[in-house]
Design a binder for this molecule. Structure first.
Ligand code: MG
Length: 121
């Protein structure tokens, strides 16, 4: 079992729960509901290996949060989790420094494969 710590950021409880079911056996997880909470967690923990983050969230959206994260923590790995219709936004996220993206609805093996490959980079 890996001890990598993953920060999950999504305003939908159902998505947070799905990601938790998929990842909890393999990683240590911290679940947050928005970008502001996520940035606070990052301020207080230096051992986050990866962030999995939604784009559409109330308040600061995922792209704005991604920019803020990469400015403060340039080496932080971030995977964007996005709705099917915003693949272009996901491409923009990669341009802003995201290490990859997962399109909703996702399958558990896709999530695990993407997380594993980004953590290996
Ligand atoms: Mg959302």
């Amino acid at each position: 079992m890996s001890s990598h710590k993953i920060l999950i950021v999504d305003d939908e409880e159902g998505i947070r729960e799905s990601l938790k079911l998929i990842l909890a056996d393999h990683y240590n997880l911290i679940l947050t509901e928005d970008g502001e909470q996520a940035l606070k967690v990052l301020e207080n923990s230096s051992d986050i290996a990866l962030v999995l983050m939604d784009i559409k969230m109330p308040g600061q959206n995922g792209l704005e949060t991604l920019e803020a994260m990469k400015e403060k923590y340039p080496d932080l790995k971030v995977i964007i989790v996005t709705g099917y219709k915003s693949v272009e936004t996901a491409t923009e996220a990669v341009r802003l420094g995201a290490s990859g993206y997962i399109v909703k609805p996702f399958k558990s093996d896709e999530v695990l494969a993407t997380v594993r490959s980004v953590l290996k980079k």
